[in-house]
Write a protein that binds this ligand. Structure first.
Ligand code: HXC
Length: 527
């Protein structure tokens, strides 16, 4: 259909005719780009914007906004061009009974391209989300700036970015990338809190393969460049979904963990009662050999409600784990070193991953549980040249600046600056417990004795044996939880089996925590 229904040649006169006209116009606009393009959308493995919203928002609660929006472009054949809904469906409705605002780009209408009016629909929806203190969710499926609208389209993106910043830290923002999202357009999701990409249909990049080939000579497919796996390992995406429906499910799971805004606490589940139970299996969770790797994930799963951890950034810096879970029905942000990958060492990517998550949790009143088993920051020329000092400082800053309840549990190694960066007592942890396997030290015993007893080891008839002997003495003297507990750096040394009880009581005791900081515009987080 090329003419607009509300531009009927024959203007309706009676109320009945006007209502009939309204119904026709609505139906026409709700059909988006029409049957053929919808079929094409389905054939490419994608749902339409309305189908996506139907999956996200509870039935009957969706209230559409700005259905009748019209562009006013005239250049390049745009005069009077019928673009139903302007290539985006916007509105609000409930998810698990809580209000959410949504904008879903409609690829069947001009490829979901963003013109002045589409941008205005999105901006006004964001403004409402901000004023109402409700999360904002987008489905991104668009060819980018509407080429025919030139700088009006560019300016539209600018206004969206500006609002992404205004909303940041006030309401949760979640982007589901469900189609192309390229060029500058990728910066709106990048300014949001979570990016969920759909395998097989979504792509994100700044410079597409064709341009790259011309400019740098590099040849790469668009999936290799910007597909979900590529953007997961770059740290841009937080989740990969297998389909649109799976992406919506992940988004709903996320929303269920989060408060609607920064002035609320996260929603509680259950009756709030503390469930005490011992878990003897945890007593054998850590290998006897302090250098043996183990997977920390099963330990996390034993500590949280129903063993459910919504892991974030799974394949980005897998030497650290971050995710959302519940303890006695209350949301906690979990941060852990992963000794199964690179011995759980902290590197540039792990520092960025943890720092960003800690700041997110702090902004949205989510208490932090930190599980420590860290041999240090990763040594290496690449790391130094890449600025590991600057990146590691982000973690120190993020933990130091956060005022939510912070409980740290030292499972095993807690060495050097990496221990402090993982929220030791001195970086502001409210409670610190340690398992008897804990070793806090300025550095690992082997490294320490090689420096302190260098001469003795060199002179010994069997240097390797001498180093091992000195290391064992060092470990017994310094790297024991009793030394840390003696200095009040550890509140308690607990049996692993009692950990769930310890954490339950610790978080319950911190529910009313209030920590005031000096007034300032904002701190200068290392960037
Ligand atoms: C206007 C667009 C459009 C755009 C797609 N369409 N992108 N119209 N502006 N940016 C239209 C197409 O003309 C077509 O219209 C319909 O959408 C579907 O597009 P197809 O090409 O048929 O679909 P497909 O083959 O699936 O390819 C999708 C695509 C491709 C890969 C996204 O359309 C594409 O490369 N588009 C241009 C991308 C681009 O260069 N965008 C501008 C980037 S600059 P008809 O009527 O034929 O169905 C930018 C700057 C932002 O975004 C800066 C912000 C800071």
């Amino acid at each position: 259909m090329t003419t607009r229904e509300t531009d009927d040649q024959q203007q309706p006169k009676t109320t009945r005719e006007k209502i009939a006209q309204l119904r026709r116009a609505r139906l026409h606009l709700q059909r988006g780009g029409g049957r053929e393009r919808i079929t094409r959308q389905h054939e490419s493995g994608k749902l339409t914007a309305r189908e996506r919203i139907d999956l996200l928002i509870e039935k009957e609660t969706f209230q559409e906004l700005f259905l009748f929006a019209r562009h006013r472009a005239t250049a390049f054949g745009m005069a009077g061009k019928d673009l139903p809904g302007e290539g985006v469906v916007t509105g609000c409705g409930t998810v698990a009974g809580r209000q959410v605002f949504v904008a879903a780009q409609d690829f069947t209408v001009a490829g979901g391209s963003v013109g002045e009016t589409q941008a205005d629909k999105i901006c006004q929806t964001m403004d409402l989300a901000l004023k109402c203190g409700a999360p904002f969710v987008t489905f991104n499926d668009s060819g980018g700036a509407r080429i025919q609208e030139g700088i009006d389209a560019l300016s539209g993106y600018g206004r969206i970015f500006y609002r992404n910043v205004l909303l940041s830290g006030v309401v949760p923002q979640i982007a589901i990338i469900a189609g192309p999202c390229a060029g500058g357009a990728a910066y709106s999701p990048a300014l949001m809190d979570f990016i969920i990409m759909v395998r097989g249909t979504s792509e994100m990049f700044i410079t597409g393969p064709e341009v790259l080939k011309q400019v740098t000579g590099e040849v790469v497919t668009s999936t290799e460049l910007g597909g979900p796996d590529a953007q997961m390992s770059s740290g841009v995406a937080h989740f990969v979904a297998e389909s649109d429906a799976d992406a919506v499910h992940i988004c709903q799971q996320l929303l269920n963990f989060l408060p609607a805004n920064n002035l609320e606490d996260p929603p509680e589940q259950g009756d709030g009662a503390i469930h005490f139970y011992d878990d003897p299996a945890l007593n054998s969770a850590i290998p006897d050999d302090p250098r043996a790797p183990y997977d920390v994930k099963p330990i996390i799963e034993r500590l949280v409600d129903n063993g459910e951890l919504l892991e974030i950034h799974k394949t980005f810096a897998p030497n650290a784990i971050i995710g959302l879970a519940r303890i006695n029905g209350s949301t906690v942000g979990v941060v852990a070193n992963q000794p199964a990958v690179m011995a759980g060492v902290l590197n540039i990517d792990a520092s960025d991953k943890i720092a960003g998550f800690v700041r997110f949790c702090n902004a949205f009143n989510i208490p932090l549980l930190t599980l420590i088993d860290v041999p240090g920051f990763l040594p290496g020329v690449d790391q130094e040249r890449g600025g590991i000092i600057r990146h590691g400082a982000k973690m120190l800053f993020a933990y130091g600046a956060s005022t939510v309840p912070k409980v740290s549990l030292i499972l095993r190694k807690a060495y050097g600056g990496a221990y402090l960066a993982m929220c030791g007592k001195d970086l502001g942890a409210d409670r610190v417990a340690a398992w008897p396997t804990c070793e806090i030290a300025v550095m690992g015993p082997e490294g320490a004795v090689s420096i302190v007893f260098r001469d003795e080891i060199k002179k010994a008839s069997n240097p390797a044996e001498a180093r091992a002997e000195f290391a064992s003495r060092y470990r017994a003297e310094f790297a024991s939880p009793y030394t840390g507990a003696g200095r009040n750096l550890i509140d308690d040394i607990i049996e692993p089996s009692e950990t769930r009880r310890y954490l339950s009581l610790a978080f319950a005791s911190l529910r009313t925590k209030r920590e005031l900081r000096p007034q300032k515009k904002h701190g200068l987080v290392p960037m």
